[in-house]
Design a protein around this ligand. Structure first.
Ligand SMILES: [Zn+2]
Length: 261
């Protein structure tokens, strides 16, 4: 069983689709484990992206999370997907995490997906975006210290998800939610008068739901195209509160066009 999450998994949305989830699979087919860890920086690091920013984070709107879901079919481990409240994974960090997981958990690189919400209210990470801000040596030291710890934490969370695998029933479906608007093609001030949105929009909500054999909700993985940003407060995604109430797992990773949404 290969483990592929295509570019369809580009964003997130929730609950909306749960009631209509269909396509249940024999519960004996799968085992699933989840784990999560809050990684909101304690220091006032710089937030990732938007060069006009002239100082670091001043507080927390929503805590930042790393979440992992490990999946095993009847024959073997399918893989692990990690979702994160980060702008993205710098290449060096991703390589390091994958190498460490290969060594520690015998996870092939293709079995590990590192996904980020592309939030612009997450921290600058080591060796990325250094050229868009006027960083001091102290700033860089704090970024590198946080990044090194984060790398270790992600490997630990993956290990916890692998260790917690239990029998699970998986259901998948696609939903549609239309609150996303392409701001480049639609003037927010005139939206209420419009009957049709302009420009590229992505309203699809692919959802994967995992239930225990007793029908207890174990995790939700979903996507929705958006482009989270908040001026100077840590924030992972727009529906963070909903995610946390469900203790779910989510993926929010805009595809190329998502950068304009
Ligand atoms: Zn962006």
């Amino acid at each position: 069983m290969s483990f592929k999450i295509s570019s369809r998994w580009t964003a997130l949305i929730v609950i909306v689709a749960i009631a209509s989830v269909a396509g249940a699979v024999d519960s004996t087919l799968w085992r699933l484990g989840t784990a999560r860890l809050e990684v909101t920086p304690a220091d006032s690091l710089w937030l990732a992206g938007y060069a006009a920013r002239d100082h670091g984070a001043t507080g927390t709107l929503h805590p930042l999370w790393i979440k992992a879901m490990a999946m095993q079919d009847r024959k073997s481990l399918a893989g692990v997907i990690v979702t994160s409240d980060l702008l993205g994974f710098p290449g060096g960090m991703a390589d390091s995490i994958k190498s460490r997981c290969a060594e520690k958990y015998q996870l092939d690189r293709a079995q590990l997906i590192l996904s980020s919400s592309h939030t612009h209210s997450g921290p600058v990470l080591a060796n990325s975006l250094y050229d868009i801000y006027d960083l001091t040596q102290q700033d860089v030291a704090k970024i590198e210290r946080y990044s090194e710890r984060l790398r270790e934490q992600i490997v630990e969370v993956i290990g916890e998800a692998l260790a917690r695998m239990q029998p699970a029933r998986l259901c998948a479906t696609n939903g549609v939610v239309r609150f996303q608007v392409n701001r480049r093609n639609n003037d927010p001030a005139t939206l209420s008068a419009k009957t049709e949105l302009r420009g590229p929009n992505e309203h699809a909500v692919p959802v994967l739901q995992a239930l225990s054999p007793d029908e207890e909700l174990l995790a939700i993985l979903f996507g929705y195209a958006c482009h989270p940003s908040e001026a100077h407060l840590w924030s992972g995604c727009f529906c963070d509160g909903l995610c946390e109430r469900r203790h779910g797992l989510y993926s929010l990773r805009p595809r190329a066009s998502g950068r304009r949404l």
